[in-house]
Ligand binder design. Structure first.
Ligand SMILES: *[C@@H]1O[C@H](CO)[C@@H](O)[C@H](O)[C@H]1NC(C)=O
Ligand SMILES: *[C@@H]1O[C@H](CO)[C@@H](O)[C@H](O)[C@H]1NC(C)=O
Ligand SMILES: *[C@@H]1O[C@H](CO)[C@@H](O)[C@H](O)[C@H]1NC(C)=O
Ligand SMILES: *[C@@H]1O[C@H](CO)[C@@H](O)[C@H](O)[C@H]1NC(C)=O
Ligand SMILES: *[C@@H]1O[C@H](CO)[C@@H](O)[C@H](O)[C@H]1NC(C)=O
Ligand SMILES: [Zn+2]
Length: 519
């Protein structure tokens, strides 16, 4: 890469490539009549009306106003209300009018920016599930923790099925773990070793009419079967605690009868990721960032992920005042709440050449939680594509520079960075917290209320405009601006992409597909 020098232009500090810096100096001296493509001359001295100053982190951060963000949140809430006809409450869930409205809001906002970006819709089939009603009875108990897996098929004819609960050996990852008595009965399988989808599929192959997967750790299992297969059977997750007495009975040879009922549908919806890429900037070296355009069914999703996706949109808007050295690619993912569908599809279908053009991906999901913490994904280079840690440290340095506290959180596959990591692309991001409980120590660091969730309205109807902390939102939006401006100017010091990075290495490091466990 070219060397860099710092230039003092009209009182603001601007970083320019050395060759371009001399172009600016030539212009200052009135000698240059031609400005190379994408060069930010100016800051008041240049008379070319069409040329723009090179983006700087200070200038892009300065363009962030909480009023603008709030106005967008209010617009988004109105859009969520389009979902009321069908759902009886505001929602932007995939397939709803609220989500379609969100897509056209994002697309038309970008289209208004003229030819600064190349826009595209990436259509893909999103498999979504809906459980209308479910019930699990074991012996004479209705275990409270029983939770239908996402993307579960219904029980036969959407009617209750009766049978014995049958203990499955090992973890049910192999059809040979299932005793022959499973046929016509309900399989009782321990969590672990392989994905829930594999266990459910094996249960189906063994002839089970339903399956229950109990936890091998403490707590309930809110899981997903991931990609549907014809052999999947209606599947519930169950806590270790609720499973324990039945395991004891089964191991001592007692019979346990069971009833499973699942009224569920799995449907495929064609939906779109929206992608905007700067026309200027080196197209071989892109910084990419994104938020998700969809919400859950239960509510309008103004914090999740209105806050992130609107931040990305606001920055896409503000960036048009500037020139960039590197390509900047923005994404609004669809189907995140159904299991990171859009981002997974995008990252998995990149050609090897296109994959290598993405130097890093920055995930922005939930930036304004009302009981917030400034969270940074602990994305390290030892278990993630090299560069992830450099991004993590950019966030650390910024919070420090602002005198703000931060905390590291697990980089465990709960948002749209997951597909990128698995495709060998460095990634990371920041967040402000979902259903996690704030600790006393975190209360001292960030204020708010210990013992409450970071977002008490997470995935609920009350995730509306009042569910945003504007202080946190504005601070984080400035950090997003900083991240974009930094890499739009230069990748100096940031690791090169390597074609050797094998996605297999990263395959099994995470347990989540979005908000749900899959293994
Ligand atoms: C892309 O999707 C948006 C939002 O659904 C729509 O308004 C727009 O017309 C689409 N553009 C193209 C080129 O298909
Ligand atoms: C499943 O079990 C059979 C019999 O024990 C064994 O031969 C086979 O290798 C196992 N398959 C897997 C994937 O573990
Ligand atoms: C961050 O991850 C590394 C391993 O990748 C681990 O050693 C370290 O303890 C983690 N830090 C925190 C605060 O979780
Ligand atoms: C950072 O956390 C410390 C406690 O660990 C607290 O005393 C301090 O006020 C916090 N700083 C800010 C800016 O909140
Ligand atoms: C947002 O957070 C800041 C800092 O903790 C706090 O002072 C403010 O009252 C919060 N605002 C709202 C609306 O909760
Ligand atoms: Zn989200």
């Amino acid at each position: 890469m070219v060397g860099y020098e710092t230039l003092q232009v009209a009182g603001s500090l601007v970083l320019l490539a050395a060759s371009q810096a001399s172009a600016v100096q030539n212009q200052v001296a009135g000698r240059a009549d031609q400005v190379p493509l994408g060069v930010g001359a100016d800051a008041g001295i240049n008379h070319h009306k069409t040329s723009k100053p090179l983006v700087s982190t200070e200038a892009l951060q300065h363009s962030i106003k909480s009023d603008n963000l709030l106005a967008r949140a209010k617009d988004l809430y109105k859009i969520a209300k389009l979902g009321e006809d069908e759902y009886n409450h505001p929602t932007r869930v995939i397939g709803s009018e609220g989500h379609l409205g969100t897509l056209s809001y994002i697309y038309s906002s970008l289209a208004e920016l003229g030819d600064y970006y190349t826009l595209s819709n990436q259509s893909f089939p999103a498999v979504t599930g809906r459980v209308s009603e479910s019930r699990l009875v074991l012996g004479d108990k209705v275990p409270e923790s029983a939770s239908p897996m996402s993307l579960t098929p219904p029980t036969k004819d959407k009617q209750p099925v009766h049978g014995d609960l049958i203990f499955v050996h090992n973890s049910g990852c192999n059809v040979s773990d299932f005793p022959t008595e499973v046929a016509g009965n309900i399989a009782f399988i321990q969590r672990g070793t392989c994905p829930f989808g594999t266990k459910s599929e094996n249960a189906g192959k063994a002839g089970a009419v339903a399956a229950v997967i109990y936890n091998n750790e403490e707590g309930p299992v809110h899981g997903t079967l991931s990609t549907p297969t014809p052999d999947h059977v209606a599947t519930f997750g169950l806590s270790d605690e609720d499973a324990a007495p039945f395991l004891k009975d089964l191991k001592s040879g007692k019979r346990v009868d069971a009833i499973a009922y699942m009224d569920a549908d799995v449907t495929t919806t064609i939906t779109d990721n929206i992608i905007a890429q700067t026309v200027n900037g080196d197209p071989e070296n892109c910084v990419m960032l994104g938020g998700h355009s969809d919400s859950v069914t239960e509510g309008p999703g103004i914090n999740d992920d209105g806050s992130g996706s609107l931040t990305v949109l606001e920055i896409a808007t503000q960036l048009t005042k500037f020139a960039v050295n590197n390509c900047v690619r923005f994404a609004w993912w669809s189907g995140e709440e159904e299991g990171l569908l859009g981002s997974d599809y995008y990252a998995a279908t990149l050609s090897p050449e296109e994959n290598l053009k993405i130097r890093l991906f920055m995930d922005y999901d939930m930036l304004a939680s009302p009981n917030f913490a400034y969270q940074i994904y602990n994305a390290t280079n030892d278990v993630n594509p090299v560069g992830s840690q450099q991004l993590r440290d950019l966030y650390v340095d910024w919070y420090r520079s602002q005198g703000l506290n931060y905390t590291f959180i697990p980089f465990d596959g709960r948002s749209d960075y997951d597909g990128f990591i698995r495709a060998g692309i460095p990634a990371g991001g920041i967040a402000t917290g979902a259903e996690g409980v704030k600790t006393k120590e975190e209360q001292e660091k960030f204020g708010g209320k210990a013992g409450d969730w970071f977002d008490p309205c997470y995935h609920q109807l009350c995730d509306d405009v009042s569910n945003l902390n504007l202080t946190a939102w504005e601070a984080n939006a400035k950090l997003v601006a900083h991240s974009v401006a930094t890499y739009a100017v230069s990748f100096k010091g940031f690791p090169e992409r390597s074609p050797l990075a094998s996605s297999a290495v990263y395959e099994q490091t995470t347990k989540y597909r979005g908000s749900r466990l899959f293994i």
